[in-house]
Design a protein around this ligand. Sequence first.
Ligand SMILES: NC(=O)c1ccc[n+]([C@@H]2O[C@H](COP(=O)([O-])OP(=O)(O)OC[C@H]3O[C@@H](n4cnc5c(N)ncnc54)[C@H](O)[C@@H]3O)[C@@H](O)[C@H]2O)c1
Length: 464
Amino acid sequence: METLIPSQTLGLTRRDFLRKGSLAGAGLVLGAPSILKAVSGPEAPSNMINVGFIGCGKQHEVLFNAMVNIPGIRYVAACDIMKDRVGGAYGRIRARFGYSPNRYLDAGDMLAKEKDLDAVIVSTPDFWHSPHTVMALQAGKNVYCEKMMANNIEGARAMVKAMKDSGKLCQIGHQRRSNPRYIYTLKELIQRHKICGRIVNANAHWNRAVSSSRDITAPARILPDKAMLAKYGFGREGEDMPVEELHRRFLNWRLYKDLSGGPISDLGAHQIDIFNWYFGARPKSVVASGGCDYFKDREHFDNVMCIFDYDTPEGGARAFYQVLTTTSAGGGYAESFMGTEGTIEISERSAYTKIYREPGSAPSWDPLVQQGWLKKAAAAGPADSSDAIASYASAAPEGFDLPGDLNEPPHQPHLANFFAAIRGEAKLNCDAEEALESEAPIYWVNPAAERNETIHFTEEHLHT
Ligand SMILES: NC(=O)c1ccc[n+]([C@@H]2O[C@H](COP(=O)([O-])OP(=O)(O)OC[C@H]3O[C@@H](n4cnc5c(N)ncnc54)[C@H](O)[C@@H]3O)[C@@H](O)[C@H]2O)c1
């Protein structure tokens, strides 16, 4: 029989986690800005949130597919400098909802004409995030902008300022912040039940195969022309670039220093954010190493490893992070929090999530299993083998699993939190200031690796 255990932190019961598989309502607060007046449910005409998209590429599609499950949204406009992509967004909206959004090639034009927009979703390349977000906030719109906030820290700071000056909401797309599995793991397992004991190390990685890291290509006939790409900043000032190079920069903006922060910011942003969120602290320093080891024609390092040093509320700790774009083996992507009594390896993918109890130092977790906070994992094989030298090898830790899962697209809870905040029913889980608190150290990893020196953070490095 299942025992109901009220979760004080989340204001929800364990049964909610298990049954609904979602804590999208977690963190509800009263007194958040009420921008729209609720009449009778989210579908009431006066309670619909009018949304416009800026940037309709790959991630736009992911976000749209998550948003369609959220009631009360009307898709009013879509903008992309590439006709083919804005056409794709138009087609998706029409096919799903039967009405036609307005189409734009220029974001300024969309914001000037669409007076009734309540919210804008920005999923353009990183170097456009700050201009688009600032422009939309200044036009009085609420903004959901994808991570990494910007391609440089000054751009990210401008977003925080625009959010504060405008009084509008600005959520940054660190979707794990609203993922019930991540919230549950932090609030219940780490903070309340303290299953890890003292967390002394964290370790995260994103290992991506060469085959997934190759240049993106597309037929030239569907790509924006030279003038369009130059107008929207894909060239370099004062340089007359051949159209082939402009097309490569347009499709592969992640490879260029003036357009993005490279793999450490593109992939690392998600996971280094979790270090800072879970530790409840910002690092004191970073040491890093990286190289153009395999892809010789890229500006950014294709592989980077770095170590952050922390003073957490519980004491000193270190966090190691690696991003590889040349090998996928080793478990895809996950973040491990490694303590004296247990380790939680958590990932957006359930398959990469594992929990281990340290035999010998941790108390029994049987009561937690009986009460349903954890599930016992299937035995992983013999604890010791003939090649383990008794005095050197630790006994194999016992394996456990989370008791529930998220049964909706991983971006949906974060988007739902954004729309609930617009309705005044929730507080944003990751507004621009909170995001920059956490993202700021990431901007210093490439410089630390390039200069081959430890960067000791000061307020000047990290301020928002
Ligand atoms: N949160 C996540 O899990 C996640 C996952 C993937 C990507 N992302 C982020 O989403 C963003 C977009 O990534 P993507 O993979 O979709 O890239 P993409 O290149 O596929 O799409 C970007 C789109 O923006 C358009 N664009 C470029 N400049 C523009 C401008 N000035 N005005 C209007 N449109 C413009 C391009 O034509 C393109 O369609 C990036 O910031 C990326 O980091 C987040």
